[in-house]
Write a protein that binds this ligand. Structure first.
Ligand code: SF4
Length: 472
């Protein structure tokens, strides 16, 4: 046992009783809504060590099973508790190419931390926060994994899309001696991590550090290059030993809501992308900036994207921001933490209202939204129409597939909703040597799920190229 501070002894079997779950302090809501910077303060090393030491090291680590990429959580918690941060970072990177991202954006309260044995009353180990801080520590100190045993296989794979699925596939391939060249139409890697998620959840400088890290490992990024426009898929098929598609889903669901085409109605992703582009000056020509200052804003939807929108609107100094969700609060699909953060920042929530029409004046000025109630307990109100006034409405109903025109011509089959069809657990599409994963296969889902699929496809590619080895 070693001492980290006067009163605390590492390795005490009862530390989970003596030390409570503690997250890093957040910046005060009043000051954090004046900018788009991240809201959590950096955790002190000694606090990370103490939180990691609370792990019970259960014989059957439920946290590990609940994590979609099966991170070796108890093992890296033990390394952190023993202040072996480099080794912890190395172990994290064996299963996750983006630990600093997952630590920030995974809904831990539905995944690893929900499954933590201590979550039954004593407070889960702060797994996500430890993952984020250790990965940040690694990136900030130019830590790199030891890949000296990797032998070049002479194979090369093209990856379309530099989002989580594409990055996960590329990283695992280079760790196994396969060259990975990643094409993306945007000017920076990350996909929606960079262009969709606002900075208060994920500062963009982190993606730049991660790109440099991946480039040092041997991943090559070809940005501002759209397949089907700047380069043909047939060229990739001819030049490479395999192609992985991780292109995401970018088409907004509009719910067929009458009035959705009216002025003042904005698709959530257009709003978020425009905002990031304006702040970071990426010069993306097809993005429009929506300024909601002094406006009464209603966001329709209840997932993490809706929370990103309401919290961005607060920072743009909207006059009022209201989130309206068609079901109850407990049925909201996103992270509870994000809802809590939004409430702290002054967002108003209304539940059990289903939008039925967006109303505008004769000169096309948005005026209000009509809703019907969905809590049928109060049957006497069943037919009542509720009208809420708004000057801007953001539709955050989710995303659906947007298959590229060249899919059909290349022999890539999609299902009736446009999602790419793959052989289960392989990522193999119906086209020879073309694999796919992430949201374009399973529909809009978590970052960590896309990572799992990108890694799964990489293993299949290694297997099919007969270069599978034990490096992973
Ligand atoms: Fe938890 Fe996500 Fe990290 Fe897995 S990747 S340990 S689910 S935060």
């Amino acid at each position: 046992m070693s001492e980290i501070k006067n009163k605390y002894v590492i390795g005490d079997a009862l530390s989970f009783l003596k030390e409570s779950r503690k997250l890093a302090p957040k910046r005060k809501a009043k000051s954090r809504t004046d900018d788009f910077s991240e809201i959590y303060q950096i955790k002190k090393e000694s606090d990370l060590v103490i939180q990691a030491d609370r792990c019970l090291d259960c014989g059957n680590p439920y946290c590990e099973w609940k994590c979609p990429i099966h991170n070796y959580i108890p093992n890296w918690l033990e390394l952190v508790a023993n202040q072996q941060f480099d080794k912890a970072a190395a172990l994290m990177h064996q299963t996750n190419p983006l630990p600093e991202i997952c630590g920030r954006v995974c809904p831990q309260d539905r995944l690893c931390e929900q499954a933590c044995t201590l979550n039954t009353g004593l407070g889960a180990v702060t797994i996500g926060e430890i993952e984020k801080n250790i990965a940040d520590f690694a990136l900030n100190n130019d830590w790199r994994p030891d890949l000296s045993r990797v032998k070049n296989t002479g194979k090369k794979v093209a990856i379309v899309g530099a989002g989580p699925a594409g990055i996960a596939c590329a990283e695992l391939l280079v760790r196994n001696g396969v060259r990975a060249i990643v094409f993306d139409k945007y000017p920076e890697i990350g996909g929606l991590l960079t262009f969709g998620i606002p900075e208060f959840k994920l500062e963009k400088s982190i993606l730049v550090k991660r790109r440099i890290f991946l480039e040092d490992l041997g991943v090559k990024f070809v940005l501002n290059t759209e397949i089907g426009k700047d380069k043909h898929i047939q060229d990739l098929q001819n030049e490479f030993d395999g192609v992985f598609l991780g292109m995401g889903t970018y088409r907004a669901v509009d719910g067929n809501l009458p009035g959705r085409e009216n002025k003042g109605v904005i698709a959530a992703l257009d709003y978020l992308i425009g905002n990031v582009n304006q702040q970071k000056n990426y010069q993306m020509v097809d993005s429009h900036y929506y300024d909601l200052k002094n406006k009464n804003v209603i966001v329709l939807g209840g997932g993490d994207t809706a929370m990103d929108c309401v919290r961005s609107a607060v920072r743009q100094k909207a006059k009022s921001v209201t989130c309206v969700y068609r079901k109850t609060e407990v049925e909201m699909p996103g992270s509870r933490t994000e809802v809590k953060n939004a409430k702290e920042e002054g967002v108003k929530f209304i539940f059990n209202l289903q939008p039925i029409a967006i109303k505008s004046s004769s000169n096309n000025k948005l005026e209000s939204i009509d809703f019907e109630r969905t809590n049928f307990d109060v049957l006497k109100h069943k037919d009542e129409v509720v009208n809420l006034q708004a000057e801007s409405v953001i539709l955050a109903f989710g995303f659906r597939a947007n298959p590229a025109k060249w899919f059909e011509q290349s022999g890539i089959s999609t299902d009736t909703s446009g999602l790419v069809s793959t052989l289960p657990n392989t990522g193999k599409t119906t086209a020879t040597n073309i694999y796919a994963g992430g949201d374009m296969v399973s529909g809009a889902d978590l970052v960590v799920t896309a990572i799992a699929q990108g890694r799964g496809a990489a293993k299949q590619i290694l297997n099919d190229l007969e270069v599978l080895n034990d490096l992973f």
